[in-house]
Structures are given as C-alpha cells and as structure tokens.
Design a protein around this ligand. Structure first.
Ligand code: TXE
Length: 490
C-alpha cells in the first residue's frame, strides 16, 4: 500500500488535483504518492499568506509571542525527529544516522530564531533638524517564497522559515519534487504548534508550473532559494517582474587544502566526511582535494583504504555509512561526468562503479580520481555525488591558485599545523566558509553562503533575520510653529 501525503494551504491539509509517484532510491520502487501543486494552488497559498500578513491573529502578535510559537515548533521537531528522519531516509536515501542527527539539530535552528524574534530592533536617529524626531521601524518584508532542493529539505527550510517567521513574514514553502515527504509531514507540526492559518503554507510540485507560479507571483516580496545555478538564473530573471529581493544558495566545488605538516589520521577522516557523507550530495562537499606533494602518497593510500571500507547499504540501517544517490537522474549525471573525466586524463584510484549486490537502488561506490589539471570535468563541475578529485601542489601559492580556480566559492578546508599559514589562507581563499583543521561544521549562530556561482546572501546567524525586514523611516515634527516657506525642502 502506497503512502500518500497532502499539501498544507491556509491552515488546511488537502489533496491536490494531481499526484505524482515518489521513488525510494534504496529500492528504485515507488513508495508514496505526492500532491503536485498547480499554479492555482500556488495562487491560493500566496493569497492566504498575503491575507495572513495583515490579519490580527498574526500581525497583532507581539514579537515575543512569535518567538514562543517558534519555540513550540522547535520542541515538536525534536520530539518527532525519529519519524521525520525515517521519512527523509525513505524518500531521499540519506542514511538514518545523518537524518536523525541533522533533524535533531534543525530544532536548534528554530530555537535560535525563536530567541531572535524579540531582539529585532529599530533605531532612534539623531537627525540634523532641531524640531524633528526620527526613528526607524523594522517591518516584515511581506510574503516569502521559499524553494528548497531534495537534499536536507528540513534543514534548508529551517534557515528560511526561522528568520522569516521571527521577522513577522508569512511564507509559501515549496518542497522539491524529489523527496518531499519530510517537509509535507513537518507541515503537521507547524499546524500543531498553532501558527495562524495562512502564515505557513507548504506544498510541492514541479519547477515549470509550481515553482514558476510561485516566483512570478505579484504578491511575493522575497524569494529564498536553494538549488542549482541554472534554476537560480531563471528565478532571478523571474524576480525582475516584481523586483522581489532574492537570496540564493547554490552549491559549490569546495577545495580541501592539505599541507605536509597536517595530522594524517585527522585529515583523512575529515576528507572522507567532506566528500562521502550524504553520498557527496551536500552543497559544502569537499569535492576537490588539493594535497602537498610530501603528504600525497601517505594520504591517498589512507583515503583509498577508508573509502573501500565504507559500509554501503540500506539507509534505514543505523550501521550503514553510505546510502544510495537520491535519484536515477543524479546517478546518470555522475556517471557521465566521471566518464568524461577519465577520457580527459583523470586516473581512477578507487570506485567508479555502481555498488554491486544492492538490487535496483541508486548506489554508487565511493570514488577517488587523480586529476592532472583543472580542465578535467570532475574538477570544474559540481557532481553532487561521492567523487573526490585530487590535485597535487608544491607551494602555498600554487595551492591558493588551484583552490580559487573555480566559479564557485561556498566552502573550503585548510589542514595545517602552521598557525601563520592558516591565518594567511583564511584571507586568501575566496569562499564564504573557511574551515581550519575541521570540515562540515555548521551552527545556527554562524552565517552560511557563498561567493560567485555559489550564491547571493547569507543564511543562518543574526543578520539573516534582517533580510526578512525592511525599514520604515518615521519623521515627527515637534514644533507648534507654522511650517515656514512651503517651496523649500526642509
Ligand atoms: O536542482 P534545481 P536539482 C545542484 C547540484 C545538482 C543540481 C541540480 O549540482 O546536481 O544543482 O539539482 C525548483 N522556478 N544543487 O535539479 O532544479 C525545484 O522544483 C522555480 C546544489 O535538484 O535547482 C526544486 O524545488 N523553482 C544544491 C528546487 O528548485 C524551480 C542543492 C531545486 O531544484 C524551477 C541541490 C523554476 N523554474 C542541487 N525549476 C545545494 N545548494 O545544496 C526548478 N525549481
């Protein structure tokens, strides 16, 4: 019996007119029916969000009361983390070890923004006119369109919903058509937390109709998007129609720089975590390993051993370390880029094949390729899969040049025990995140976002909430004297 999910519009759970099949990537079999939101559904959701924006049930709430709703939501996410994790694992193939712990941490994002809600402050300005008082109010920007991809849908929506709701906005959130189950189930928690009808609307559907309708809707004031650069360009073009402010988080081709003096065991674990966790389907995946010549052979040998020892299999099994890729399309893409890379001179060190003996699931072996130059496709393109491209350098300057030779710039890692070199590199690397002697650490307190093709704007941290506000300047004249010359600007 297939499971079925509903969309959440204006405080009501409903079926959509049409549905589509969702495939369990671990088996290749359809396991659930998902509601495909139409342009008309999107319009109803945006209208509801727009109405809710000015209705007293939301608009008259104090900031502290908004924060309390977010605290309640955080508690519900934590209490339901196991169930949400099982759904995410079933729908995306991401291993239960990771989904369980990540969703537990998603609750912390809501807690963080719950605490921020009543700390969004305006200002009093010492204006240069003696008979005027001027202050600034920070008001919610309006209806937000949130669009997320299939990897980590709960996490990627928390960094949009949290600040948007703290700021008093309303939101229509579009789950990806790949793996939407956890986000549609999360809608039940939003409802249970007691957010007024229309404040949060959650639906899913395809880019061409549902996504298009959402990003071109005239009542949307802000678009918060995570996904691929091609879609991002399209969305930015769409946003020109309404002049909706847009933030974009678009993945990367992040370098991990390893110097001869680094600790071998610690580096090899970090490199493995950077590329093979989540089967490499992570925007911050450390997919380019840049290793100094003196460390190269020792590190590669260790990485190959570790890659071959990774337990691949059923993502619902807590012992599994690497599950399948999320979609067949994703596996086809990885295979074709890998083939082109080998044809361009890359040398396969381990992996390179579909993992055997696992039925029809979209499993792919952890793969390491040695690359002679940056023209190799796996060095230049984001694969979003378990493929590590290795390049070798001799000097620090070469390492920086290789690291920055990319149109992306999301994350980077530096492994060295030389403190001054570490500091130099934190300045030299063109990326929104530099991890030194660690990799893949995140926190609600720390901004997250990239340079170049990795995107625009930052999610996470205090400033993110300001992106969901706009200021209103208020002038109050304190003099009872008649206004002087009306033809002169005051
Ligand atoms: O993303 P898409 P896809 C990269 C990664 C991956 C590639 C494509 O390299 O292989 O992007 O992935 C919605 N108007 N990243 O195809 O298509 C779509 O329905 C409005 C990096 O999954 O960008 C989904 O909800 N919306 C990344 C969302 O956009 C549209 C994570 C993302 O889909 C739309 C994912 C349209 N016209 C992929 N077309 C990261 N930053 O982590 C599609 N969408």
């Amino acid at each position: 019996m297939l499971k079925s999910f509903q969309q959440y519009i204006d405080g009501t759970f409903e079926d959509a007119t049409t549905t589509f099949d969702s495939v369990n990537p671990a088996t290749g079999a359809v396991w659930a029916k998902m509601p495909a939101a139409s342009a008309a559904d999107v319009d109803r959701a945006v209208q509801a969000a727009h109405r809710a924006l000015s209705e007293p049930a939301w608009a008259a709430l104090t900031a502290s009361a908004r924060g309390k709703l977010l605290y309640r939501l955080a508690d519900l996410v934590a209490e339901n983390a196991q169930q949400l994790a099982e759904l995410e694992t079933a729908d995306t193939g991401k291993i239960i070890r990771e989904t369980r712990s990540q969703i537990g941490y998603v609750a912390e994002y809501y807690r963080y923004y719950a605490g921020v809600a009543d700390k969004i402050q305006g200002a009093y300005l010492p204006v240069d006119k003696p008979d005027m008082e001027v202050f600034l109010r920070r008001e919610p920007v309006g209806v937000v369109a949130g669009i997320v991809p299939w990897n980590s849908q709960l996490f990627l929506s928390a960094v949009k919903l949290g600040p948007a709701l703290a700021a008093g906005c309303t939101i229509v959130l579009k789950a990806s058509e790949d793996g939407p189950a956890p986000l549609l189930a999360f809608a039940r928690l939003v409802h249970q937390a007691g957010f007024p009808a229309g404040v949060v609307n959650i639906l899913t559907g395809f880019g061409a109709d549902c996504g298009q309708a959402l990003t071109t809707h005239p009542l949307v004031s802000r678009i918060a998007f995570t996904g691929g650069p091609e879609t991002a360009r399209h969305i930015v073009r769409n946003s020109a129609e309404n002049l909706a402010a847009t933030s974009l988080e678009l993945g990367g081709k992040s370098p991990v720089l390893v110097f001869d003096d680094a600790d071998l065991e610690s580096v090899s674990n970090a490199v493995i975590a950077g590329i093979f966790a989540a089967s490499g389907q992570s925007c911050v995946a450390g997919s380019r390993l840049l290793v100094q010549r003196g460390m190269r052979e020792r590190l590669l040998q260790r990485l190959i051993e570790k890659a071959r020892a990774i337990r691949i299999g059923d993502p619902q099994d807590v012992a599994t370390e690497m599950g399948p890729l999320a979609t067949r399309r994703q596996r086809d893409h990885i295979e074709s880029v890998l083939k082109a890379s080998l044809a361009a001179g890359a040398v396969l060190l381990t992996g390179g094949e579909r993992a055997a003996g696992l039925g029809e699931g979209y499993y792919f072996q952890p793969t390491i390729v040695d690359c002679p130059d940056a023209q190799v496709p796996s060095v230049a393109q984001e694969l979003f899969g378990p493929v590590l491209s290795v390049m070798t350098f001799d000097t620090e300057a070469q390492a920086v040049a290789l690291a920055n030779d990319t149109r992306y710039g999301l994350a980077s890692g530096v492994f060295t025990r030389d403190l001054t070199r570490a500091h130099r590199l934190t300045r030299a690397l063109r990326a929104g995140i530099v991890w030194v002697n660690t990799y893949r650490a995140v926190s609600p307190i720390v901004p997250f976002g990239g340079y170049g093709l990795s995107g625009l704007g930052r999610e996470g941290g205090l400033d993110a909430v300001l992106e969901y506000t706009r200021t209103k300047s208020i002038w109050i004249r304190t003099s009872d004297e008649p206004i002087a010359d009306p033809f002169v600007m005051r």
